[in-house]
Design a protein around this ligand. Structure first.
Ligand SMILES: Cc1cc2nc3c(=O)[nH]c(=O)nc-3n(C[C@H](O)[C@H](O)[C@H](O)COP(=O)(O)OP(=O)(O)OC[C@H]3O[C@@H](n4cnc5c(N)ncnc54)[C@H](O)[C@@H]3O)c2cc1C
Length: 453
């Protein structure tokens, strides 16, 4: 097992801290690292794609699971066992030629199975499929006593581990129920919405006939265009589908991969960040105008459809030395006015947001700290160095909490503990279970200390 002392941060690059990193190759090595933890405890880490400090542990140990990455065979029912350190990108590459897909596919393939369970990732078809942990039929959990337990859905320990941010133990492996897909292509429809009301109406029109849906919102547009955006929906293409727009159909030779790569090889972060208000507004204007008013039947490779963000693997360097804050919240159906107010506030403040994604969620997941709940979810990235950002987001937190909504813990880097407690009614039960399971708090992270989880 390799061991080193490193400075670690999340994808947002805010608040890096130093920890001793263990990289086990076997379950026994992982258990030895947990048993030998110091007084500052230990936390599991996947690919570090969580934007905040969920996978850091200042002055303690971090268990990097990426060395545990075996993939088993798929049985006839679509059940697959794999190690927790396997990335979803690799699963996609291996499974797609066999006609299978990981059960929930987030906006990046560079997350591990362990990270997907511990964050209980919601995908673009949450209304139909729920979040990631719903498709886990068993997992192996290394607990504070150094023992490995098989944990099954329907138990309190499973529900605390799903979305539990590594605080119940280290997930070593999981059995996933995969999804059968007819081809490696998606049939995609794109439409432009002229303001937020128009965007919400288009989202709901046609029900869930196209199960995967998300929209980019132009958060720099103001006045009558506030909340304008581009809605993208898709379904798995069947073999008989022909591209309705052959000239524009995106068929890459690597059917699983994201199209094109925008790399900044070895490039240091752009000091002040590229995204001031004016460049962000210009970028968004070009993006909005460049999208088709309405287009259906475009065929895209599965990877390019789901993992569009992976075409820009170094996008986090564009936000300046201070890094980026990802703010993701959800408010229930019927609370659209809150969504309108938040969008107006961000636009009015001239926040240079170029990445902003709106989704719809279905029924809440069983995980005690799982994020998704029926309603609208908006995720946006802002430069962390933006003057007054902390105060501004604290105010938005209050607005979200007052509307019965919540901010996503797996993305968080700045919330206050009172806000988290108000938003997550399941937190008290989660803490009780943790106190019984792990009375010495072996599993800790910068996030758990900051929010008092
Ligand atoms: C470009 C981009 C796009 C994204 N798109 C989406 C999206 O569409 N939907 C979405 O929900 N999220 C999205 N995310 C967020 C990200 O996918 C999640 O936060 C994910 O959990 C990160 O996985 P990871 O393997 O990198 O985990 P890490 O970031 O390393 O860790 C995340 C959390 O999981 C815990 N953890 C990791 N591995 C284990 C393990 N084996 N056992 C126990 N706990 C563990 C850690 O302790 C930590 O609390 C995106 C992130 C980026 C950078």
């Amino acid at each position: 097992m390799s061991v080193d002392t490193v400075s670690l941060s999340g994808w947002g690059r805010t608040a890096p801290t130093t920890a001793v990193r263990f990289r086990p190759r076997t379950h026994e090595e992982a258990a030895a690292a947990v048993r030998g933890r110091g007084p500052r405890g230990v936390i599991a880490r996947g690919l570090g794609r969580s934007p905040g400090d969920a996978a850091q542990n200042a002055g303690g140990s971090v268990l990097d699971l990426t060395g545990l990455a075996r993939i088993g065979g798929v049985d006839a029912s679509g059940a697959l066992h794999c190690d927790a350190g396997v990335s979803l990108e690799r699963l996609l590459r291996v499974l797609l030629p066999l006609g299978w897909l990981p059960p929930v596919v987030p906006g990046t393939g560079r997350v591990t199975v362990g990270g997907a369970i511990a964050s209980d990732l919601p995908g673009l078809d949450h209304r139909r499929s729920g979040s990631f942990a719903r498709h886990v039929s068993a997992l192996e959990l290394l607990t504070a006593d150094g023992e490995v337990r098989t944990v099954l859905p329907g138990t309190a320990l499973f529900d605390a581990t799903a979305g539990g941010l590594g605080l119940t133990g280290v997930i070593l492996g999981a059995t996933l129920r995969l999804r059968r897909v007819p081809t490696a292509l998606m049939s995609v429809s794109t439409e432009r919405a002229e303001d937020l009301d128009d965007l919400l109406a288009r989202f709901t029109a046609g029900g869930d006939r196209l199960p995967y849906a998300s929209a980019w919102i132009d958060l720099t547009a103001r006045g009558r265009a506030t909340g304008r955006g581009i809605l993208t929906r898709g379904e798995h293409a069947t073999p008989d589908m022909r591209p309705a727009h052959a000239g524009r159909t995106l068929l890459s030779p690597r059917s699983g991969g994201a199209r094109g790569r925008f790399r900044l090889p070895g490039c240091p972060p752009v000091p002040g960040g590229l995204f001031g208000p004016a460049p962000a507004a210009l970028y968004n204007e070009v993006r909005y105008r460049g999208a088709p008013r309405a287009r259906t039947g475009e065929l895209r490779p599965v990877g390019a459809f789901f993992h569009a963000a992976d075409a820009y693997p170094d996008a986090n360097l564009l936000y300046g030395r201070g890094g980026l804050v990802r703010y993701r919240f959800t408010v229930g159906y019927g609370q659209e006015e809150t969504l309108h107010r938040v969008v107006r506030r961000i636009a009015g403040r001239r926040g240079p947001a170029v990445r902003a994604v709106l989704q719809r969620f279905g029924a809440a997941d069983p995980g005690g700290l799982s994020f998704a709940a029926p309603g609208w979810s908006l995720a946006l990235d802002l430069p962390a160095a933006l003057p007054g950002l902390a105060r501004f987001l604290d105010d938005v937190d209050e607005e979200v909490a007052a509307a019965g909504g919540r901010v996503c813990l797996a993305k968080d880097s700045r919330m206050r503990p009172e806000a988290a407690a108000a938003m997550y009614p399941g937190l008290a039960g989660f803490q009780e279970l943790r106190a019984r399971l792990d009375p010495t708090e072996a599993f800790r992270s910068d996030l758990s200390r900051r929010l008092g989880l």
